[in-house]
Design a protein around this ligand. Structure first.
Ligand SMILES: NC(=O)c1ccc[n+]([C@@H]2O[C@H](COP(=O)([O-])OP(=O)(O)OC[C@H]3O[C@@H](n4cnc5c(N)ncnc54)[C@H](O)[C@@H]3O)[C@@H](O)[C@H]2O)c1
Length: 272
């Protein structure tokens, strides 16, 4: 997508954090923005702030697991704004710190529902309209946990790996249709993910951040979400497949790839 100004972006999970950072970057680029989130109160506050700053914003409450909700949202956007040309599947939840034994079926199903099926729902809802509009771009927020498996993150890594795969498939399938596809894989970003994920983990709301914030969204040393947003738009314009924000994870990804290549070395030795 060469020109962003005047185009419409639909961003899920954008009442705060990375989604709102992307929305702010879109506003700065002159885009029209559909903010969307399950949290209606935060959504209203963030939409009002963006509007006061001069952006053209429509706030659409949506649980990304609700297919009828997606259909209603698409109808509203098409009537009140126009065709979506940038879809950002960003809503997500984390089970940071929970080991596999602690993940009951309800937590597992909800994580798959939000982090994976929610992404399918978004693409399924907007793809035809994007084609009809002559093209566009789809960004899905994965994570460094979508490139490297880590302990105590089972459903998170499983879903974040899955959307990397889905994005690679979509990129291959949509290449001829002027629809770019990118997957965003950030490391630590300052956000309220530690809090917004509590219902998915079966915990009541609390505004007390975890005591150990290392590697967590509560870490004040995490990246500024607006910076992530600026990086996302730069990558959309350049049609980059992988949007990376944290160069310090290069070694971890290289080591994983070396382990994969070692598997091929072993296969070659075995078949000789
Ligand atoms: N913060 C980090 O360090 C980090 C790192 C890598 C990836 N991510 C990913 O970034 C994305 C955004 O997270 P964030 O860190 O900005 O946290 P955040 O809590 O600010 O944003 C997540 C948003 O998703 C919304 N949400 C949750 N369930 C939803 C649902 N069912 N339907 C619609 N909206 C829903 C929440 O209300 C929240 O506003 C997530 O996919 C997360 O996994 C975050």
């Amino acid at each position: 997508m060469d020109e962003l100004s005047g185009k419409i972006a639909f961003i899920t999970g954008s009442a705060g954090g990375i989604g709102l950072g992307i929305a702010r970057a879109c506003a700065q680029a002159g885009m029209r923005i559909v903010l969307s989130d399950i949290d209606e109160r935060e959504l209203g506050d963030s939409a009002a702030q963006l509007t006061d700053a001069g952006a053209d914003v429509l706030a659409v409450p949506l649980d990304v697991t609700d297919r009828e909700g997606w259909a209603r949202a698409a109808g509203r956007v098409s009537e009140e704004m126009g065709p979506v040309q940038l879809l950002v599947n960003n809503a997500g939840a984390s089970t940071f710190g929970m080991r596999f034994e602690e993940i009951g079926p309800a937590v597992w199903d909800r994580m798959i529902g939000i982090n994976l099926t929610g992404v399918y729902n978004g693409v399924h809802t907007f793809l035809d309209a994007m084609r009809a509009a002559g093209g566009g771009h789809i960004v899905t927020t994965s994570s460094m946990g979508g490139l490297v498996g880590m302990a105590a993150l089972a459903p998170y890594c499983a879903t974040k790996f899955a959307v990397v795969g889905l994005s690679e498939v979509l990129r291959a399938e949509l290449a001829e249709e002027q629809i770019g596809v990118s997957v965003l894989c950030p490391g630590g970003v300052r956000s309220r993910l530690w809090r917004t994920s509590r219902p998915v983990r079966g915990l009541p709301d609390s505004d007390t951040p975890p005591s150990d914030v290392s590697g967590q969204s509560a870490n004040p040393a995490g990246m500024d979400p607006f910076e992530v947003g600026l990086r996302v738009l730069e990558a959309v314009v350049a049609d980059e497949p992988y949007i990376l924000t944290h160069p310090e994870f290069r070694d971890a990804v290289t080591e994983r790839h070396e382990r994969l290549l070692h598997g091929f070395d072993r296969a070659e030795a075995f078949t000789k």
